[in-house]
Design a protein around this ligand. Structure first.
Ligand code: ADP
Ligand code: MG
Length: 492
């Protein structure tokens, strides 16, 4: 029943308001009683003394017993709201005006009487009521026959009519009813306003809970957004909670998708790798078996051929495994280039030098073109060399005899741009977007150069690790240009 926050808050508010109403009623009731008792006692403070004076109770320094009796009689008839007692100095009751059957005490306490006569106590001052064993009431008292030579006290109990009046007042008075209604209406209004405010505050929480539930029910695949409208000007904690939840949910969905994608990529890769390993391994195995079985019958030439093939396949395998390992390292999270300042022209010169032999074999002209005053770049020299190796090797492989491969190095703003441009076969437009994929090779070159199609994937990864991009432009029949930039080194 009370499982929602709103229900709990509402219940709490109802209990609080009811308690407030009760406390208010009790406090105001008892305060009114107290106040009326005080007023009663104040007004009748001198009642006892005036009675003594008015009624000539004291004559020649003695109490007039007759006058006292007649006064008792009169007051029983004309003013039942007071009861008059004659006490001795110890508080014992000597005679009284009340109905004899009703008086229960023989003795009243002197302490409140002394306090009354002392003038020091604050009103209302309660004294013993002789008509009851434990009740106490307001009173007036005076020593008789005189304050100078007291022999007893005239003790006047102000009958509790006022008390009863308060009760009646509370029950019947128009004013009391009106104020009770006013209090009730105020509390009801407070309750209503509180409920509305709670409702407004908890509504968004309920929406957030619903959004979270939906998200959970969708198996964390569809973020059910809390915030459909644009963000509020002054968002509070609930809004911030909602926005954070939205962001978290979005992020979770994204990451789950990413993980799934990565997982399927990894599966593809494993399939691809095992396929690429199986083919050369099967060839190796076949030739080795033949060599073993036909050991005696093979001519020296055949044997040399077979060994050459076996050697080539094992070289291919070694290279493939090496490149796979390299790519895996580069793609691992912790791969970060060891940057250092170095001179790009010097590196290009070394690499070009290294490939001159192969260029000669292919009858391709390989040349670099350097801008004047090139600055140092800041990069991982071994990795950049790897990129150059791959690009130049590809260019030489795909350029027919008589063509040229140029390697221009140019300054551009905060970068040095490095290109490898050939006049070779070019790459068909349909293959261009995929040549950087692992194992991707353009179809009619499949049998090619004994490479597995990892070279460009490695090159692109290295360039990306340097915060740059490997760009390619190609036209079939006209040639291909690869280009990338490296950041200029700024001396600290
Ligand atoms: N300079 C180039 N000219 C024409 N085709 C190229 C060139 N460079 C790369 N390619 C194409 O891109 C494919 C992928 O290159 P790469 O990743 O280095 O693999 P691999 O060299 O092992 O074949 C190559 O198979 C080739 O078809
Ligand atoms: Mg290659």
């Amino acid at each position: 029943m009370f499982r929602t926050l709103y229900a709990k808050l509402a219940l709490g508010l109802v209990v609080l308001i009811a308690a407030m109403g009760l406390v208010y009623a009790l406090v105001s009731f008892s305060a009114t009683r107290h106040y009326l008792a005080e007023v009663n006692q104040q007004l009748n403070r001198d009642l006892a003394r005036n009675l003594v004076a008015d009624r000539d109770l004291v004559a020649e320094g003695r109490l007039n017993e007759l006058a006292l009796k007649s006064m008792f009689h009169d007051y029983m008839l004309i003013n039942p709201s007071i009861e008059i007692y004659l006490l001795d100095l110890d508080g014992r009751i000597l005679s009284y005006s009340a109905d004899p059957g009703k008086v229960k005490r023989k003795h009243v306490s002197l302490k409140p009487i002394d306090a009354f006569l002392d003038d020091s106590a604050s009103f209302p001052l309660l004294g013993d009521d002789p008509r009851s064993h434990d009740r106490r009431k307001v009173f007036s008292v005076t020593p008789v026959p005189s304050a100078e030579s007291p022999q007893g006290y005239l003790y006047v109990v102000l009958r509790g009519e006022m008390y009863d009046f308060v009760d009646e007042f509370a029950e019947g008075s128009y004013f009391a009813r009106l104020s009770a209604w006013a209090v009730a209406a105020t509390l009801a209004f407070g309750l209503l306003a509180g409920l509305i405010v709670f409702r407004l505050l908890t509504r968004r929480l309920q929406r957030l809970t619903a959004a979270m539930d939906n998200f959970r029910l969708s198996d964390f695949s569809e973020p059910a957004y809390f915030q459909k409208k644009p963000a509020l000007a002054a968002p509070d904690e609930v809004d911030r909670l909602g926005v954070t939840f939205d962001q978290m949910a979005g992020r979770i969905v994204e990451q789950i998708q990413e993980l799934k994608q990565q997982d399927s990529l990894r599966r593809d890769l494993v399939a691809q790798v095992s396929h690429d390993l199986r083919t050369p391994l099967a060839a190796l195995h076949g030739y080795l078996e033949t060599l073993k079985l036909k050991e005696g019958t093979l001519t020296a030439e055949q044997r040399a051929d077979y060994f050459a093939i076996v050697l080539r396949q094992s070289e291919y395998l070694t290279r493939l495994v090496g490149e796979l390992f390299e790519l895996a390292k580069l793609e691992a999270q912790e791969a970060s280039p060891q940057r250092e300042p170095f001179s790009l022209p010097e590196l290009v010169q070394d690499v070009v030098q290294k490939f001159q032999l192969k260029a000669g074999e292919c009858e391709v002209e390989l040349a670099m073109e350097l801008d004047a005053d090139l600055p140092l770049v800041c990069a991982d020299i071994a990795l950049v060399e790897r990129v150059l190796d791959n690009l130049i090797d590809n260019a030489l492989t795909h350029t027919p005899p008589g063509g040229t491969v140029r390697v221009p190095v140019r300054r551009d703003a905060e970068q040095v741009i490095l290109c490898v441009a050939d006049t070779g076969s070019g790459i068909p437009e349909g293959d261009l977007p995929r040549i950087f994929d692992r194992f991707y090779r353009v179809a009619d070159q499949q049998s090619g150069n004994g490479h597995a199609g990892l070279g460009l994937a490695i090159a692109r990864r290295i360039v990306e690790l340097h915060g740059s991009e490997l760009d390619v432009r190609s036209r079939p029949g006209e040639g291909t240009t690869f280009a990338f930039g490296l950041p200029v080194w700024n001396a600290p």
